[in-house]
Ligand binder design. Structure first.
Ligand SMILES: NC(=O)c1ccc[n+]([C@@H]2O[C@H](COP(=O)([O-])OP(=O)(O)OC[C@H]3O[C@@H](n4cnc5c(N)ncnc54)[C@H](OP(=O)(O)O)[C@@H]3O)[C@@H](O)[C@H]2O)c1
Length: 347
């Protein structure tokens, strides 16, 4: 059996941690003896056991571990964090070989885990299904290397390219499947962002009502907010960051963060979010906010629901998807097309 076969399984296990492990990466581990999987594990929740620990604990006949190969989707950690180093565990258990998909860009690891294993005489193979692993953990890699969250711009537009009706009143543009997708996506990202005009016109709660995941942290660009207003985003139900021109104060779950009007606001926002351990941000609109991200080249992915319905009379137009992006998905959802574009990945 090939390395790729077992690494595929390790990545499949890793994905089970989606939405629960951030700001950690998703990691899966498979222990293989004589081409048979004898143990499996994945990192289930932030702060809890790493994949290697869970895989070793799942093995029934522990005497086989020293004769087996560990397939890990990310380089085993070499430092004491919330749990002890996994490289030490694999050395203690005496696995004969470790096969790794991606090295860990976290400066506390960054090759040290691999070196530790090699120093202990363990054979190490790296780079198996590397691109697939980079795509799975794109949020983690982006946040580690650029010190900014991975940014997904998302919107729904009518067949004639509108994101709102002519009265700027709340309107459901996409169908039920699209709503489900949107709420599932919200639960997978650390934070969700909208602009002030969207708050004023739609008064959204930005929750995951149609999916059983966590609600993301809410982020709002609202330069001139009245902090006593009765918007749903200020209802204290979820941690919320409001970037504005005049206030820096914390009121329960709502933090008002003042930005300098003469600085690059989006650079400032993304760096403040990074400092608050946010590795991914889904920007749901409206189009002026999307345009700011596109013009500043501060986005990684775009997801559009293109409805088959027209909005008449026409309202506000969606932004145009930049031409140089890769279209990585195009799915017909009956009432809408879902189109996903990426700057970097071709999964
Ligand atoms: N179909 C969809 O998927 C969808 C999703 C979301 C929203 N919408 C619709 O979109 C409409 C609102 O969209 P919108 O484009 O008018 O507004 P918006 O994107 O909600 O808000 C734009 C935000 O950007 C700020 N801004 C823009 N340029 C700026 C700059 N240079 N410096 C500082 N701040 C800047 C604005 O500040 P100011 O407050 O100072 O102007 C405002 O806070 C709503 O009617 C809503 O229904 C549709």
């Amino acid at each position: 059996m090939k390395h790729e076969h077992f690494m595929e399984r390790a990545l499949e296990l890793a994905k089970k941690g989606e939405g629960s492990v951030s700001p950690n990466p998703m990691v899966g581990c498979v222990l293989v003896h004589n081409d048979i999987i004898i143990g499996e594990g994945w990192h289930k929740k932030f702060g809890e056991a790493h994949a290697e620990v869970n895989a070793i604990n799942s093995v029934i006949d522990k005497s086989l571990i020293p004769l087996s190969t560990a397939y890990v989707s990310l380089e085993p950690c070499s430092h004491f964090g919330k749990t002890p180093p996994c490289a030490d565990l694999l050395i203690k258990e005496g696995v004969s070989k470790v096969v790794i998909c991606n090295t860990d860009p976290n400066l506390k690891v960054n090759g040290n885990g691999i070196q530790k294993l090699k120093n202990a005489g363990i054979e190490v193979v790296t780079g198996i299904l590397e691109e697939k692993g980079s795509y799975l953990n794109r949020r983690f890699f982006k946040s580690q290397t650029s010190k900014k969250p991975y940014v997904i711009l998302k919107w729904a537009e009518s067949a004639n390219g509108c994101v709102a009706n002519s009265e700027s009143k709340p309107v459901q543009i996409s169908g039920d499947f699209a709503q489900l997708y949107s709420h599932k996506w919200r639960s997978n990202e650390d934070a969700i962002m909208v602009g002030s005009k969207t708050v004023i016109n739609d008064n959204p709660s930005l929750s995951t009502r149609y999916w059983s995941g966590k609600n993301p942290i809410r982020v709002v660009l609202f330069p001139d907010i009245d902090i006593n207003a009765k918007y749903q985003i200020l209802d204290q139900s979820v941690k919320t960051y409001v970037f504005n021109k005049s206030h820096s104060l914390i009121n329960g779950h709502v933090e008002f963060i003042k930005f300098n009007v003469n600085s690059n606001i989006l650079d400032f926002i993304l760096s403040e979010l990074h400092q608050r351990d946010i590795t991914s941000l889904m920007v749901e609109g409206g189009p002026r906010l999307h345009e700011m991200f596109i013009n500043n080249n501060l986005y990684d992915e775009i997801r559009v629901f293109k409805s088959k319905k027209l909005i008449i009379p026409e309202g506000l137009n969606a932004v145009t998807v930049p031409k140089n992006l890769l279209e990585i998905e195009n799915i017909d959802l009956k009432t809408d097309f879902l189109r996903i574009y990426s700057k970097e990945f071709q999964p």
